[in-house]
Structure formats: C-alpha cells, structure tokens
Write a protein that binds this ligand. Structure first.
Ligand code: IMP
Ligand code: MG
Length: 177
C-alpha cells in the first residue's frame, strides 16, 4: 500500500504484467508499421514512462517527439477543449502519426487532438494507449492500440499521477475506497 497526500492506494497491476502487455502491443505495432517510418508523439506528462518502454520494443524505424496539451473551457458541449502545444515546429504533413497516451478516460482529449493532426496533413493518425476505461468513454474514438482495459477506478504509478505525485512507481496502484 502507498499513501499520496490524503489518499491511500493499493497494488493493482504489477510491473511484470505491464511489461508483458506492452510487449504484446509492440508486436501488433511491429507487424503494422514495418517499412514505414511513423512519428510517435508522446502526450506529456503521463505518457513519458510508457513511451520510454514502448519504443525499446519497436523494431520499425520511427521518430519520437513529445507534446503537451493545455485545456480551456470551450464553447462546445463537450466542455474542455484541448489545445496542442509543441507540434507547430513538427513536420506532420504526409506522416503516419501515432499518439502515445498513458490513459484514455472520457476520450475527450484524444477526440480533440486527432483532428488537429489531420488538419496538418497527416497521412494517418492512430492512438497507442497503455490503459483505457471503456465504461467512462463519452465520445466515439477509434483506439487501435490499447495495452490494457480497466474498470472505472482512479489509478497512479507508471507515469500516472495524483495531484502531480506518484508518477515514479513502477507498478500501478488503485485508490482505496
Ligand atoms: P480524457 O480526456 O478524459 O480521456 O482524459 C485523459 C487524461 O486524464 C489522461 O491523459 C490522464 O492524464 C488523466 N487521467 C484519467 N484517468 C486517470 C487516472 O485514473 N489516474 C491518473 N490520471 C488519469
Ligand atoms: Mg495524460
């Protein structure tokens, strides 16, 4: 068990299992991207740990960059609109893009981001996420690469945070009720 600020968390997914799931995901991606040279874009901050482990299992040529998203209250009914920071100097045109995320929750972040890459002329845009909470998905989202699906619980570790803390744990922990 671990404590972060006011909350207690218990062990949920051990590092060994995370590694096995990422390995299976990488195999799928290796089959799909052989002979291509996609641009992976890690979504900061949470995806930095997953991205680091994932790329070392990829056997196709690729580049990796990182981008950050700021959110503001938009006019749309979806509420928060995410705006991309850091892709302006990236050459997106005609590239195969793979967005690397730590977790897809409501899906709103990715739902807002994917079109921004299409507008910049990407040839293809796919999502590779470590985790997904299918019960919480609020928008239609095509997630081609997902290592693990989890129930609707709040988790930390392996890059994921609670109030900025807990990203350093090698296992994933779930909040205690
Ligand atoms: P979405 O737009 O609702 O899909 O939000 C996805 C983002 O919310 C992720 O990139 C995380 O930063 C954050 N998030 C969602 N669920 C969790 C969780 O259980 N623990 C930590 N961060 C989370
Ligand atoms: Mg995130």
């Amino acid at each position: 068990m671990i404590t972060i600020q006011d909350k207690e968390f218990e062990l949920f997914i051990q590092h060994q299992q995370i590694a096995e799931k990422i390995s299976a995901l990488a195999e799928k991606m290796n089959a799909d991207y052989q002979g291509k040279c996609p641009l992976l874009i890690g979504v900061l901050n949470g995806a930095f740990v997953f991205a680091a482990d994932l790329v070392r299992m990829l056997t196709f040529d690729h580049e990796i960059q990182f981008a950050k998203f700021s959110s503001y209250e938009g006019m749309e009914s979806t509420g928060h609109v995410k705006v991309l920071i850091g892709i302006n100097d990236m050459d997106i045109k005609d590239r195969d893009i793979i967005l690397v995320e730590d977790i897809i929750d409501t899906g709103i972040t990715m739902h807002n981001i994917v079109p921004q890459f299409k507008e910049k002329g990407a040839r293809s845009v796919e999502i590779a996420t470590l985790l997904m909470k299918p019960e919480k998905l609020q928008v239609e989202l095509d997630v081609k690469y997902c290592a693990m699906e989890i129930p609707n619980e709040f988790i930390v570790g392996y890059g994921l945070d609670y109030n900025g803390m807990g990203r350093n744990y090698k296992d994933i922990y779930v909040v205690k009720k």
